[in-house]
Design a protein around this ligand. Structure first.
Ligand SMILES: Cc1cc2nc3c(=O)[nH]c(=O)nc-3n(C[C@H](O)[C@H](O)[C@H](O)COP(=O)(O)O)c2cc1C
Length: 435
């Protein structure tokens, strides 16, 4: 047992756990809770797990700008176990330079989750269980936020991974419901008792997504932090660096996680203002160095970073939509830079697409909102002749929903089965992909 400021924590051995006959540990000592948190440098700023979007290139880029803990995109435990070679080739990226990093899995079967996690544990610092995905595909597949009320099952999942892995197990949850926060607390107590080392709470329910996204409940996160004996990460509603600091102060959590804010502004946690042109160019460089296994990731990132300007320069939006090579992406980014030097972040940014009337959480924002990007023709966004300012999903290469963490699977299914009456074999394949 070790004393870590707040609590006593048990040091355990991972896997079979036995020592060598000479008394030396057979495996690396497994730390838990705050002892583990300390061992990974007490991270403050966290890049959220995002299917298609927290790929290695983006993880490495955000690290350069202040992120000190990353998560992989969600991996599907059953699909991974069924065909590890194929699944890894299409979905799995790790690198010794990307440390600390948690690998995230979804699933509802303890043994399948353990089998999948065991194939990944050597490459990552912890294994995270996705208990937050609110999408229909998660409902159909019985995972993510649709397990939040199945405390017995979740206890079994966490304890199975806790006992079977040589690295810690962590959980990312949402608020269980909006009427009784005690349900969320009870779930968190259960997860902690079963061996969860770090808990991340997204301060919204599974119903609060997409156009129904509401302000994240930091008060709930604060209460959870006050009750837990393990590190707590806050997630939701961080748009700026000031928001992040405010959330840390208001909730007292150990770290702040951001998803959409970082997609729009990968330098969010640095507190520095970096132009969208520099960010886009830098991301392309990272993507060339660490080519994403999901090819669509590059385009999606560029659409999100360049969102305010693409609403003005609609010809470049169309051009980006048709681009497929790094040379083409660079050409769009260079052309954009040559046309305008707009702000990196504004009321027209991608983060605000569902939140146009929502006041900022903290008083200050990183840029001057009066400076609307000016097009090459000298017209402001409002004056543009093109009627439609928002890009379509097709142009952006993916769905727009929060927790768009199923887009790859669904797009993949559509690609395989473009015909509304696909042959049975294709249907089976699509069904398998959708879990
Ligand atoms: C494109 C996208 C993909 C996501 N994929 C995942 C995922 O794989 N696993 C997960 O737990 N959450 C996923 N999420 C949810 C985020 O991790 C995060 O919980 C949510 O966006 C709220 O944080 P935010 O307010 O900072 O955006 C995804 C979100 C987005 C926007």
């Amino acid at each position: 047992w070790v004393w870590r400021g707040e609590v006593w924590l048990k040091r355990t051995m991972g896997g079979d756990g036995d020592g060598h006959p000479d008394g030396e540990p057979k495996r690396k000592e497994k730390l838990e809770g705050f002892a583990f948190w300390e061992s990974i440098g007490r991270p403050k700023f966290v890049l959220a797990p995002m299917v298609d979007q927290s790929e290695l290139a983006f993880r490495m880029m955000t690290r350069k700008h202040g992120v000190n803990l990353t998560y992989t995109p969600m991996l599907h435990s059953r699909l991974f176990v069924e065909n590890p070679k194929k699944y890894k080739k299409e979905n799995y990226e790790s690198d010794p330079a990307d440390k600390p990093c948690f690998v995230q899995f979804c699933g509802d079967d303890p043994e399948t989750l353990l089998a999948a996690a065991k194939m990944a544990e050597k490459d990552f610092d912890a294994v995270d269980i996705n208990l937050g995905c609110p999408q229909n595909i998660a409902k159909r597949g019985h995972y993510g936020a649709f397990l939040l009320e199945e405390n017995d099952l979740l206890r079994r999942i966490v304890s199975t991974l806790h006992d079977g892995l040589s690295c810690p197990v962590t959980c990312k949850i949402r608020k269980v419901n909006s009427h009784n926060f005690q349900d969320t607390l009870n779930l968190a107590y259960d997860l902690q008792a079963a061996g969860c080392s770090v808990i991340c709470l997204h301060g919204r329910t599974k119903e609060e997504k997409g156009h129904h996204t509401r302000i994240a409940d930091w008060e709930a996160i604060k209460i959870l932090k006050g009750r837990m004996d393990i590190p707590v990460i806050a997630n939701g509603g961080v748009e700026t660096y000031d928001d992040a600091i405010k959330c840390l102060e208001q909730t007292g959590v150990d770290a702040i996680m951001s998803a959409e804010g970082l997609l729009e502004n990968p330098a969010l946690f640095s507190g520095n203002t970096v132009s969208v042109d520099d960010l886009a160019a830098e991301y392309i460089t990272f993507a060339e160095k660490y080519p994403p296994v999901q090819k669509g990731a590059v385009k999606s990132h560029l659409f999100r970073m360049l969102h305010p300007k693409l609403q003005v320069h609609t010809d470049l939006r169309a051009k980006l939509g048709k681009s497929h090579s790094f040379a083409e992406y660079k050409a769009v980014a260079d052309e954009m830079r040559s046309r305008t030097m707009g702000p990196h972040h504004s009321q027209t940014g991608w983060y605000r697409r569902y939140r146009k009337n929502e006041p900022p959480r903290s008083g200050s924002r990183p840029t001057d909102h009066s400076s609307v990007p000016v097009s090459h023709a000298g017209a402001s966004a409002a004056e543009q002749p093109q009627g439609r300012a928002e890009a379509t999903e097709e142009e952006e290469g993916g769905e727009e929903e929060e927790g768009g963490d199923v887009s790859t699977v669904e797009r993949e299914s559509k690609r395989r089965c473009p015909d509304p009456n696909p042959c049975l074999a294709q249907r089976g394949e699509a069904w398998a992909a959708e879990g």
